[in-house]
Design a protein around this ligand. Sequence first.
Ligand code: AMP
Length: 216
Amino acid sequence: MNIIIFGPPGAGKGTQSEFIVKKFNLFKLSTGDLLREEINKETSLGLKITSIVNSGSLVSDDIINSLIENIVSNQTYKNKIIFDGYPRNLPQAENLNKLLLKYDQRIDIVIRLKVSLNVIKKRITGRVICSKCGKTFNEFFNPPKDNEKCCKKEFLQKRDDDNVDVAIKRFETYENSTEPVLDFYKKMNLVKDVNGEIDIESIYSKINDYLSVIEG
Ligand code: AMP
C-alpha cells in the first residue's frame, strides 16, 4: 500500500505518519526531512536550499523529484511508502504518477488532514522535535511525558521555519500551489478527508479505519 498524507504545514502529517508507519510497516518519505538532513549536514545541496526552506518557499521540482526517484526505485520500499509533504504542486503529482508507473506501483489512498490557519499558527509555534529520535511534540498541546526515555528537554529543538511569519507564508504556498494537487487525486477518486483539528488519537482512529479497509 502506498499512501499520500496531505494537508497544510502543521496539520499533523508527521505525527500521524509515525503511527501509520508502525502499524502498517511502511516507509515514511518526508521531503521536508530529506531536505533538512541536507541542510544540517551542510552538503552542497543543503547550502543551496537553506534560504529557500527557511523562507517558506518551495524547493525546485528537479531537486525534489530526484530525491523521490531514489526511494521509489528501491525494491525494499516497493508499495510500502507513505509520502509526507510530496507532491506539493501539480508537476510533482504528475511526476510521481510517471515514476510509480515506471516502477509498477500506484497510490492507494490520499488522506487529507483539514486544519484552519488559526490552529496551524498555534501548532507551528509550539512544535518541537527530538534531535535524537525525530519524534514531534507540541509544547502546548502534546509535550513529551516526564517519563519519556529519549526525548528529554535538552534534546528538543525548534525548526528554523517554525515561526508565525513563515508559517503564514507556508500556508499561502500550500493554498496556491498545493490545492490543485487535490483535484488531481479527486479525479482518481483517491481522496479521503479527515478533520485534523480533533485530538491526535481520534484523528489516527479515522485514518486507521480507512487504511484497514485497503489492507483487507
Ligand atoms: P515540510 O517539512 O514538509 O513542512 O517542508 C519544509 C520545507 O521544505 C517547505 O516549506 C519547502 O521549503 C521544502 N519542501 C518540502 N517538501 C517539498 C516539496 N515536495 N517541494 C518543494 N519544496 C519542499
